[in-house]
Design a protein around this ligand. Structure first.
Ligand SMILES: Cc1ncc(COP(=O)(O)O)c(C=O)c1O
Length: 326
């Protein structure tokens, strides 16, 4: 990783200063029933209640604001994510008055297109292939002079996501470990950089969907994913990217524990249901994965001295007409 690209705790603090006026300082919830069940204390960081419904608002806004600081005449930003990052970037650009274009495959569900346009972004349709997405994104960036903001492999995105870890450790300073859902790894990298700098003994555990294979790669010390990267088949549409990024991989190899929590769709639903029924929190399947990791036999078998566990409820964007248990 190039030295210039290294993200530090100072970058995370700077990101927090930038974005704080616009984002929510999300609450940390506890639940006595849950604690009894797992025999430890869980601290749920409710990013499902964040602006745009996921933590993605943090990284996207930091990237947009940082771009404007570097270039007062910046025309705007572009990305090709139809999920939480696309919505978050559209919101971030609108918040600071910059233009945003989001490239979406023609077959993207209307509800997702509507969410993006509701934040004032221009939708540009492409063919439903990764190649068409990238080519269209590059063309639009060149034609309109827009800067590409990728969903995870980006200095300011990682620093922005790191503000979750910094905030959480201020809200719950006695944490021994944090469970973080992972896809491209931007959130986990940011949280790990912040948390390890603030509390070097803290453990960062990745939570992945089945098929992602982080544990195997971390144990081997090399990326064992197929090339080109695939999407894993899971109900958790936010964490389908199989491969960690070029920036996020070395960060997580350095900071994340080698034990990874691999969660099936059926178990993610259990986690979602617990949050809906017992905590009255609407969370999406990626968050359900973190909840159920905290309830898992794997965690139960770990060191009992690890008493206080942070659980990142990363997002709450569910289609309530298509809840996965119906
Ligand atoms: C709700 C939610 N959780 C987790 C993730 C994973 O984040 P990352 O790609 O930074 O690992 C995403 C990514 O889109 C997300 O939207």
């Amino acid at each position: 990783m190039a030295a210039a690209a290294r993200v530090t705790l100072a970058d995370v603090y700077r990101a927090h200063e930038r974005i704080m006026p616009y984002i929510h300082k999300t609450p940390v919830f506890t639940n006595a029933t849950f604690d009894k069940l797992i025999g430890r204390n869980a601290f749920f960081k409710a990013e499902n209640l964040q602006k745009t419904g996921s933590f993605k608002a943090r990284g996207a806004l930091n990237a947009v604001m940082s771009l404007r600081e570097r270039n007062a005449n910046a025309a705007g930003v572009v990305t090709h994510s139809t999920g939480n990052h696309g919505q978050a970037l559209a919101w971030a650009a609108q918040t600071v008055g910059l233009k945003c274009a989001v490239i979406v495959p023609r077959d993207t569900p209307q509800v997702k297109k509507d969410a993006i346009t509701s934040y004032g972004a221009e939708l540009v349709l492409c063919e439903p292939t990764p190649q068409s997405r990238q080519e269209t994104c590059q063309r639009v960036a060149e034609e309109q002079g827009l800067e590409f903001v990728p969903p995870f492999d980006h200095h300011d995105v990682i620093a922005g996501q790191g503000t979750i870890g910094m905030e959480l450790l201020k809200q719950a300073p006695d944490l021994d470990a944090i469970l973080v859902p992972v896809s491209g790894g931007g959130m986990a990298s940011g949280i790990a950089i912040a948390a390890k700098a603030m509390k070097p003994d803290i453990k960062i555990y990745l939570v992945e969907a089945e098929g992602k294979m982080c544990e195997k790669s971390l144990r081997a010390g090399e990326r064992l994913w197929p090339n080109p990267p695939q999407f894993v088949d899971t109900i958790a549409d936010a964490i389908r990217t199989q491969q960690l990024g070029n920036m996020t991989w070395p960060i997580l190899l350095k900071y994340a524990e080698k034990d990874v929590f691999t969660i099936s769709d059926a178990d993610m639903i259990k986690g979602m249901k617990f949050a809906f029924e017992r905590m009255k929190l609407v969370i999406e399947a990626a968050s359900g994965a973190a909840v159920v990791a905290a309830m898992s036999d794997k965690l139960a078998a770990m060191d009992k001295d690890m008493k206080n566990i942070g659980v990142i409820l990363c997002g709450g964007n569910v289609d309530i007409d298509k809840l996965p248990w119906y």
